[in-house]
Ligand binder design. Structure first.
Ligand code: PLP
Length: 281
């Protein structure tokens, strides 16, 4: 199995990461997950753009051009003959004697990317899944796709232990996002998702969905909504690179839309599928 290490495609077993890599010690780095359908990278420009933005926000200088990075990723998918799955890539600040502050001398960021087979979660998408409301205890820069995921991990674990697919986080009354997804509600035929501020990651899937609403005359707004709004919604769904448009049919003990995926949710699933099919045309 081949991976990318600092820009070169190499055998996975040849790679060693230093114990003083700042990603390992502090979570001092950033990452992306890109979907691959039939060997094609989905919304690749948007993911690479967000990667560079995350890097910039924490003052990591990526020592490759976007074009070079993209070419290597495509080469990796080809080399590993990945059909349907994901690319995971992460860039840390690099390796230095442990100290909290940035190293005073320039260090080289550590860049790793690998591929993994991952099917589309079709059964869950057809039937819908459960969500668990969890207080959002994360920091105030959730707009950065940082390796620091403890808050997200704890939320997801809590959901999993309750038999739920995703944690639906809220800061007080305000719904923020899932542990690894964005949250949407549908009320009176209007799709609502909260504005992308510092409190959430502006999901690429979220952006695709809003674009699809716009292009297809589906009413939508980016507006803050509450736990109560969520409970009284006609439909609820979450979005992410790996889960696409995923219906939420139960929240805690409360069924949404009698426990079935809603009409607009299904419409968006179909539109999203068309968007994927365009890749292979
Ligand atoms: N919010 C969080 C916290 C995430 O980790 C993710 C993705 O994993 C998302 C939202 C969805 O983002 P995207 O649609 O770009 O995968």
């Amino acid at each position: 199995e081949k991976i990318i290490f600092n820009g070169e495609i190499v055998e996975k077993s040849e790679v060693n990461i230093d114990i003083e890599d700042r990603g390992y010690q502090f979570g001092d780095g950033i990452y992306e997950v890109i979907r691959v359908y039939n060997g094609h990278l989905f919304t690749k420009d948007e993911h690479i753009q967000r990667l560079y933005e995350s890097a910039e926000k924490i003052s990591i200088r990526i020592p490759f051009s976007k074009k070079d990075l993209m070419q290597r990723l495509e080469e990796l998918v080809e080399t590993n003959q990945l059909d349907t799955g994901i690319i995971y890539l992460q860039i840390t600040r690099g390796t230095y004697t442990r100290q909290h502050g940035f190293p005073s001398e320039e260090i080289i960021p550590t860049y790793v990317a690998y591929t993994r087979e991952m099917p589309i979660p079709q059964v869950s998408m057809d039937n819908g899944v459960k969500g668990l409301l969890v207080e959002d205890i994360r920091w105030l820069r959730c707009d950065i796709k940082s390796l620091n995921l403890l808050g997200n991990i704890l939320a997801k674990q809590q959901a999993a232990e309750a038999g739920c697919y995703e944690a639906i986080q809220h800061r007080g009354e305000e719904i923020t996002e899932g542990s690894s997804s964005n949250v949407f509600i549908v009320k009176d035929n209007c799709v609502i998702t909260r504005p992308a501020t510092n409190l959430i990651l502006n999901g690429i899937t979220r952006q695709v969905i809003l674009k699809l609403c716009k292009e297809n005359g589906i009413e939508y707004k980016e507006q803050i909504f509450t736990v109560n709004d969520l409970k009284q919604a006609d439909e609820v769904f979450i979005s992410s690179t790996t889960s696409e448009v995923m219906p939420i049919v139960q929240i805690n003990e409360l069924q949404i839309n009698s426990g079935t995926p809603g009409k607009i949710t299904k419409k968006l699933q179909n539109l999203f599928k068309r968007e994927i099919e365009k890749l292979s045309e």
